[in-house]
Design a protein around this ligand. Structure first.
Ligand code: NCD
Ligand code: ZN
Ligand code: ZN
Length: 335
């Protein structure tokens, strides 16, 4: 029996720039109807002109694939005029605490100095996407940041705030406190714990921010996702880095999961006996939370096993060398 998914969406994706787009864009566009494109390029995407150029570069590599890049601006203090001009072109604005992850040096260092932009975003109904970590002890960073989410969600109760790539039981629980909070969950955080990253041989391919946490945290994520939590959406956080940046001293953070995301999600949802919940996680929840209507694209997965290659171009993917029971068989776009 095949699995049919309607307009699957990846609500957190790093496509990078330049030549890398040739690799990354088709891999996502072949499987998804759209994706939320992260703005942490070498020079952050922090103006409308730059964003439109970046979108055009992406579109060049997905012509005819019925794939929509939902663009995001890199958070800084924007004027009303800038926000009004941008709002039709963006899905939201992505906030990085300064220096907390790959290419986030230009992020926010003083959370008391951003109130005006947040008020404007609330008024103009522009969602706020957040990489929520402090610079504390690595395993506590997400939990420590929850107070920031609490304070933002309280003070800006009409602002849609998305806790990106949550990894902890605490973050899952916070969703119950605020209707204006959503979250994305990655594939890899549903599958691995810190043990997989460094419990045996050190695995640079599994090193990412936030780092995978404890078995208890993973269970909480799985319970929420497989249980159909309505505030949680799929966001792969697929974050490719070339081999020389991963297989070295000073390994960059990021798991490249885009080419395996849909087939592996099918596999883990099947193993959990909840394939009927996959459509909500992969599309319906995101459409409802963000009030978007992606174009119609039906993706059919078949139970044909395949072995994940060791590399796509110069990048080692999640699950490299292992076998996945499901493959993407075909995609059908509405005329
Ligand atoms: C991301 C990247 O490489 O851009 N890395 C990661 O480990 N997730 C940045 C991010 O999403 O934090
Ligand atoms: Zn992040
Ligand atoms: Zn990311």
């Amino acid at each position: 029996m095949d699995i049919t998914l309607e307009s699957p969406l990846d609500m957190h994706l790093h496509l990078r720039e330049g030549d890398m787009l040739d690799l990354t864009v088709p891999l996502s566009a072949d499987h998804f109807a759209g994706a939320v494109i992260m703005p942490n390029l070498v020079v952050p995407v922090d103006s409308l002109d730059y964003l439109l150029n970046y979108r055009q570069a992406i579109e060049f590599y997905c012509t005819g694939k019925n794939f929509r890049p939902y663009m995001t601006l890199f958070f800084k203090n924007y004027s009303r005029q800038e926000l009004e001009e941008s709002r039709e072109q963006i899905l939201g604005i992505k906030l990085y605490p300064a220096g907390i992850t790959t290419q986030s040096e230009a992020g926010v260092s003083d959370f008391s100095a951003i109130e005006e932009t947040l008020s404007l975003m609330q008024e103009l109904k522009i969602p706020l996407l957040v990489h929520g970590e402090t610079n504390g002890f690595v395993l506590d960073r997400e939990s420590e940041f929850l107070d920031v989410y609490r304070s933002l969600a309280n003070r800006f109760s009409e602002l849609h705030i998305i806790m990106e790539h949550i990894t902890t039981a605490d973050a899952v629980e916070l969703l119950d406190e605020f209707a204006n909070l959503s979250a994305t969950v990655t594939l890899h955080h549903l599958m691995i714990t810190l043990d997989d990253v460094l419990g045996d041989l050190l695995r640079p391919d599994l090193f990412c921010k936030p780092v995978a946490k404890t078995p208890r945290d993973r269970s909480a994520l799985r319970e929420a996702v497989f249980g159909g939590h309505p505030q949680i959406m799929f966001g792969s956080d697929s974050a490719p880095h070339p081999r020389h940046k991963k297989e070295c001293i000073g390994c960059a953070a990021g798991v490249f999961s885009a080419p395996v995301a849909l087939p592996l999600l099918a596999q883990i949802f099947e193993d959990a006996g909840c394939l009927d919940r996959l459509q909500d996680f992969i599309s319906t929840n995101a459409c409802r939370r963000y009030r978007i209507t992606p174009s119609e694209k039906t993706v059919v997965l078949s139970p044909t096993a395949w072995q994940v290659p060791d590399y796509y171009g110069d990048v080692s993917p999640f699950f490299a060398g292992q076998t996945i029971r499901w493959s993407v068989n075909s995609t059908i776009s509405a005329k």
